[in-house]
Design a protein around this ligand. Structure first.
Ligand code: ATP
Length: 455
């Protein structure tokens, strides 16, 4: 996947309604994007299938949907108000700010005691933007976004937008423990918004300031943590292959070094995917010990523990966390599925997305747009399928052009109603990837699609 292909994906996303730059009529808004009509459907399918696999198909998971605004103390307890920072340097000439740890040749180390950054090795001192001279003066930059609540001016309280979505889960541990009859080990899943003041620009959906995280926080005893950590690593890695359709050779594991790992985590691995030329993080899987519940317990004055009726032991649960990004999964699907080939001397672009994730499952076409009996029959088929699947109608231009339009948005099947349909109630169903057609009876279409969706 080269940067050149990435440009093609960005252009397709905009042209076909997957992703629009936010507020574009005002010139856009850096690192913030909207999902358009097609993108919203793809994003919804990712969320739905994640909930199905993680919550519906298991017996030990609960779903929550927490608020974005939380008590500010939660962010003090988690350490985000102090330690959720990036190391920045500012070019004295053009005033642009850069992540010092991402500048070529630079190596930094954070002093966990003082929170200061030490420059161990400093590479080029030339500003990548204006070629001015950089000064290696590294400053902390907090990624948390803030707003305020309260109706009376002067009595407003500063609150944070969630820097990571999962925090509600730690705070809801207590009511879930007390109302749901849970038995450890169990987990809580949440898909929610997160906001970060990222300064790296130009990475499309990979690095945005407002995004969604798909989080699992799995509560267990200290003795079980290591075994369950390995189990979750396997589950999450295989999800990207089996459910999302990414290829194994573009996925890999990367363990956090002891310097990179947050001090309380026992182990931390990232699942990385080769989006462009390099492998980059898709999901983080962390063995977080009992730190989160201990901290929130300390700050709130509540005891966030669990009594095990079998061992008769009381303990603060350990947490295994799996935190993946919706936008990055979305981008990985597009990067993986974008295909170009030559057909009859013309370029065919198609998205080879798993049918279960495709925005539209089927497009219905009357062979020609000016024959009433064909249109009528095609409408019957359209209305038959509409309650069952996300489907599209297209009668503009010749069939070849209509196939290409559907290929480009990843619609796995196109159904055409032709003259033979009027005689024997059969239609052609054409496959996006092979471009092969077969004839099936109208009354069999729903079963056929359901069968093929489950492959
Ligand atoms: P990175 O260093 O790659 O920005 P991170 O280590 O800060 O990521 P985490 O805090 O572990 O990320 O967040 C969990 C997941 O949330 C990441 O694996 C990623 O999929 C997603 N994510 C984090 N930051 C962003 C962002 N700015 N834009 C889009 N997705 C993000």
């Amino acid at each position: 996947m080269t940067k050149d292909l990435m440009e093609k994906i960005i252009s397709l996303c905009k042209r076909r309604g997957f992703v629009y730059p936010s507020s574009e009529i005002y010139g856009g808004f850096a690192n913030i994007y909207d999902f358009g009509p097609l993108g919203s459907l793809l994003a919804k399918n990712i969320r739905d299938i994640w909930i199905k696999k993680i919550v519906q198909e298991r017996n030990d998971m609960y779903l929550i949907d927490g608020s974005i605004l939380m008590h500010p103390k939660a962010w003090e307890a988690s350490g985000h108000t102090v330690a959720f920072t990036d190391p920045l340097i500012q070019c004295p000439s053009c005033k642009k700010r850069f992540r010092a740890d991402q500048l070529e040749g630079w190596k930094l180390e954070k002093d966990n005691q003082t929170g200061e950054w030490n420059v161990l090795d400093q590479g080029s001192l030339i500003c990548p933007d204006c070629n001015g001279n950089l000064i290696p003066d590294v400053k902390e930059f907090n990624l948390l976004m803030t707003t305020s609540i309260g109706s009376i001016e002067g009595e407003k309280t500063k609150v944070y937008l969630k820097g990571e979505s999962c925090q509600n889960i730690y705070l809801d541990f207590l009511p879930i423990r007390d109302t749901m009859g849970v038995k450890i080990p169990f987990g809580v899943a949440q898909i929610g918004k997160a906001f970060r003041n990222e300064i790296t620009l130009g990475k499309f959906l990979f690095k945005v300031r407002e995004f969604e995280q798909m989080d699992i926080e799995y509560f267990c005893s200290p003795e079980e943590a290591k075994k369950l950590y390995e189990e979750w690593k396997d589950i999450r890695f295989n999800w990207y292959i089996d459910t999302i359709g990414l290829s194994k050779n573009r996925l890999r594991w990367r363990q956090h070094s002891s310097e990179e790992r947050i001090f309380y985590a026992r182990d931390a691995w990232d699942i990385e995917y080769k989006f462009f030329d390099e492998f980059e993080e898709l999901e983080g899987i962390h063995d977080r010990s009992d730190y989160d519940l201990k901290q929130q317990g300390k700050f709130s004055g509540k005891t966030l523990d669990y009594f095990d009726p079998v061992s008769k032991m009381r303990f603060i649960p350990n947490i295994i966390e799996c935190s993946g990004g919706l936008q990055r999964t979305f981008l990985a699907i597009l990067a993986e599925s974008y295909q170009e080939e030559k057909v009859d001397n013309e370029k065919r672009v198609f998205l080879k997305i798993k049918p279960s994730l495709s925005p539209y499952k089927v497009a219905v076409f009357p062979l020609v747009a000016n024959k009433d009996n064909l249109i009528e029959k095609a409408k019957d088929v359209f209305h038959l399928l509409k309650p069952e699947f996300m489907i599209m109608w297209d009668s503009i231009g010749n069939i070849g052009k209509r196939y290409r339009r559907q290929d480009e948005i990843g619609t796995p099947w196109c159904i055409t109603i032709d003259y033979q349909t009027l005689e024997d109630n059969t239609v052609t169903i054409r496959d996006r990837d092979t471009m092969k057609q077969e004839r099936i009876k109208i009354e069999e279409i729903i079963r056929w699609i359901k069968e093929h969706l489950n492959v």
